[in-house]
Design a binder for this molecule. Structure first.
Ligand SMILES: Nc1ncnc2c1ncn2[C@@H]1O[C@H](COP(=O)(O)OP(=O)(O)OP(=O)(O)O)[C@@H](O)[C@H]1O
Ligand SMILES: [Mg+2]
Length: 167
């Protein structure tokens, strides 16, 4: 699942998880694509809410479970929060115009990306969330240079370590 430069964190309570999301928010202000993976109730919306809140989304951050997508216009960034749980077939996504969403600068945060197949823009970072007793285990998996940069500038990944991992 995770590449060499993935970061694993164990047993995060809800507060630790939201702190992590807020920390990452500071690094993603120029946009990109983040996939949130994990089974039902793993904490994807919790993570997304903390991230969007820290980015400056002041409105109540609704879970896009029924709407599929909730978009927010920040002064220098468009933010799109998707929840594809109810998508049974990637073809159902065509009307969403996902390619247009990816026009920068925009941040796209996707719950249940596995329901979209290849209809979705490729992720810069995959956040894996898993139940761990009453808490959650987290793996941050960069899927490209930008994702690695996000982890570095959030102070989560040591640049020296990342350099070694990419060789
Ligand atoms: N780190 C954590 N430790 C303990 N509980 C948590 C943690 N993160 C979130 N929760 C709780 O888990 C529940 C489910 O969280 P959330 O709705 O974020 O999951 P989800 O992955 O979005 O679920 P779904 O697949 O239904 O969209 C909520 O009650 C939330 O408060
Ligand atoms: Mg959710």
């Amino acid at each position: 699942m995770s590449g060499l430069d993935s970061i694993s964190m164990r047993n995060l309570d809800e507060q630790a998880l939201t702190t992590l999301a807020r920390r990452l928010a500071a690094a993603v202000t120029r946009g990109g694509v983040m996939h949130l993976r994990g089974e039902l109730g793993a904490g994807k919306t919790t993570f997304a809410r903390a991230l969007l809140g820290a980015l400056g989304v002041g409105a109540r951050i609704k879970s896009p479970t029924y709407s599929l997508i909730e978009s927010y216009a920040l002064p220098n960034l468009s933010v799109h929060h998707l929840d594809l749980y109810r998508i049974a077939d990637p073809g159902e996504l065509e009307w969403l115009g996902l390619d247009e969403l990816a026009v920068e600068p925009s941040l796209i945060v996707v719950e249940w990306p596995e329901h979209a197949g290849r209809a979705l823009p490729a992720p810069d970072l995959i956040v894996h969330l898993a139940h761990a007793g009453g808490a959650r285990d987290v793996v941050l998996e960069p899927a490209g240079a930008r994702g690695t940069l996000w982890l570095q500038s959030a102070g989560i990944l040591d640049p020296v370590q990342a350099g070694k991992a990419s060789r």
